[in-house]
Design a protein around this ligand. Structure first.
Ligand code: TA6
Length: 314
């Protein structure tokens, strides 16, 4: 890799916030801000951006970044006493210079390890000691992998319980042309109906209005088909049984100050999550949650990539 295209580069981002740029030999790249341990960019080897970040987002702590892959920890949404989606996404993380051994995909030089530990101040909000390690890796084929390892380091013998999500904002051409495959016939909690439980219809999910659903016990693979862009995102997840699907549509979009009125047309959140069954860790125990994203240049109608084959395939 030529000198100016190093695999891992520490750089200054918006408002001088520290970020890490990952690059692979084929021209794919990803960017992670230390603020929030937040992935804000993932580009394919044509330099096309695959994640959505709002043009209205502030990149100003303590406001979370609107877009990319916010980390929801230790609380998803308002499922608890903490602020919405917890505090991990508005903390400044550190680079983990000595991470414990990691079953890495050795060929991926383009990876970074980050770590978040609570300060005394933080312990007043959530009285637990933990180590949250995040590895962000860009595969040789351009896949993006995020692996979270959360360890309970309480010295008072106390367990702690949390919910979690990778709140991924995918960039799509036109939301009304997008289909999600892999969640058919599953039960879900509808956030627009007091989290009442329903069962999804048998067909792929399409979008014609606001959606905010928590799908329970999903397959480990979900496909997001963007016909116009002839692109399919394949989301693989491990240790994360649930999946949230969210699009604010027009009214909610207008109500969000850090989101453009029409931006709902070009984004879709599909979030690998652990919500229905919160995770409890005793001191010394560690949880691992892994997300792998790939973008396959194809089109459903061309038959090149039948999502059922993707979902059933390797
Ligand atoms: O993941 C879906 C959701 O919980 C929605 O209910 C909506 O609130 C969205 O997250 C964004 O939440 P935020 O706190 O980032 O504004």
């Amino acid at each position: 890799m030529s000198s100016e295209r190093v695999a891992v580069e520490l750089a200054k981002g918006v408002n001088g916030l520290d970020k890490i740029i990952l690059r692979n030999t084929r021209g794919s790249s990803a960017e992670v801000y230390l603020y929030g341990g937040h992935v804000t960019s993932w580009k394919n080897d044509h330099g096309e951006e695959l994640l959505f970040v709002s043009s209205k987002t502030l990149f100003k702590p303590p406001k979370p970044i609107r877009g990319g892959i916010p980390l929801c920890f230790p609380q998803f949404s308002n499922l608890g006493p903490l602020e919405s989606h917890g505090f991990a996404r508005n903390k400044v993380w550190s680079i983990d210079t000595d991470p414990p051994a990691f079953p890495t995909n050795s060929s991926s030089k383009a990876h970074i390890d980050l770590i978040l530990k609570p300060s005394e101040e933080d312990m007043k909000i959530w009285p637990h000691s933990y180590e949250f390690r995040l590895r962000v890796a860009l595969g040789p084929g351009g896949d993006l992998m995020l692996t979270s390892r959360i360890r309970n380091t309480n010295s008072d013998g106390k367990p702690f319980t949390f919910t979690f999500a990778y709140h991924t904002y995918f960039s799509v051409s036109d939301i009304s042309e997008v289909r999600v495959e892999g969640l058919e016939t599953l039960d879900y909690l509808d956030n627009l109906k007091n989290r009442e439980r329903f069962t999804e219809q048998g067909d792929a999910i399409t979008f014609e209005g606001e959606v905010d659903k928590i799908y329970l016990g999903t397959p480990t693979k979900i496909a997001i088909l963007d016909h116009e862009k002839k692109r399919t995102f394949v989301l693989r997840k491990d240790g994360l049984p649930d999946a949230v699907v969210w699009n604010p549509w027009d009214k909610k979009a207008k109500a969000m100050s850090d989101f453009g009125d029409d931006e709902y047309k070009h984004m879709l959140c599909v979030e690998a999550a652990a919500i229905e069954k919160p995770i409890t860790l005793k001191p010394g125990e560690e949880w691992r949650g892994r997300l792998e994203l790939s973008a396959v240049p194809s089109s459903y109608c061309s038959g090149q990539l039948d999502p059922q084959r993707v979902l059933q395939g390797s």
